[in-house]
Design a protein around this ligand. Sequence first.
Ligand SMILES: Nc1ncnc2c1ncn2[C@@H]1O[C@H](COP(=O)(O)OP(=O)(O)O)[C@@H](O)[C@H]1O
Ligand SMILES: [Mg+2]
Length: 367
Amino acid sequence: MTLHLKSTSLPIAEDAEDEALEKNRVPAQIEFRRITKMYGAVAAVKDLSLVVHRGEFFTILGPSGSGKTTALMLLAGFVAPTEGDILIGGNSVGAVPSYRRDQGIVFQSYALFPHLTVRRNLEFPLEMRGMKAAERAARVDRMLERVHLKDFGGRMPSQLSGGQQQRVALARALIADPPLLLLDEPLGALDRNLRDQMQVEMKSLHKEFGITTICVTHDQEEALTLSDRIVVMRDGQIEQTDAPEALYDRPATCFVANFLGEANILENPGFEVESASPFGTVAMLRPERICVAARAAPKRADADQRQFVTGIVEDMIYAGPLRKYHVRAGNSVLIVREHVAAGQQVFRPGDEVRLDWLRSDVRFVTA
Ligand SMILES: Nc1ncnc2c1ncn2[C@@H]1O[C@H](COP(=O)(O)OP(=O)(O)O)[C@@H](O)[C@H]1O
Ligand SMILES: [Mg+2]
């Protein structure tokens, strides 16, 4: 069973609090206008401008220390900008304290109230908004069911697994149907399988609730999986903002190319790089775009659109469904990644091979 909070009952506005809850149910549009946050001489965030659209799942991605959490804290109102303005739904929130900003928040360390049952944890935000007891109970029931914790309402947080605690944290953030959901490394504390599972769950919750969601992560795969758009941050500044596929397929800079997956950066590679688009500075080629074959293997039908180079295998790395080669060609060592398939020839260190790729797969990035 799924629950559609949008189409079900908030109480008919009877008092100011209910009215506030009612009015805020449109997902928020967010705008950062030239935001700078200084800590002493360090700019944690530097002249940041960006717009997050209504209902978007927007991810702030970057290495540790790039200013992701600071950006989120600024939006949440936990820290004040040194310069610039933040608008939510078109209104400046500079003067609005964090408890007055209608937002659900989930941090890496679930931060449930340890002395309250799951049920009471979920009720808390509703109580704060003045919702009546019967309505609260009904809402909590629906939410518990929605996050597959129907029978766990009476437990204390310490009696739950990490994944279950994280579900409760998400449920609590969503229960008052806020126009904005803020997530800081929400799955960082979970192990791999659970994280994959929770990613699917989060995606489906986002789809269902349609809440504008801003998620901070350093995990590129998580960002690619969940997001409508991603901003890549570096040293407090925006490196690139784009949809996942565009970001991966057409990175603007070496930094983005390397941060999102693996990249062969062909700077003075020792062979001429042919390309379908002869503009740009540094050539970049994704490992999975390169084919590896025996040196004298017959060429495929589209050979006229491909570049061929010969090389020597330096390393072969087996990774379950994938095989990775390091191949020395010219001055470079190219990373090649192929899906393991039946009947495929496997090469070993020292083997001479021929690499080829479509000229149209060569991208140009700025150094
Ligand atoms: N409260 C603070 N006081 C001083 N420096 C801080 C504070 N918070 C963050 N910083 C600094 O700002 C930069 C960005 O930090 P942060 O936003 O936490 O990055 P991220 O979340 O991407 O790891 C780092 O250099 C960090 O040391
Ligand atoms: Mg952080």
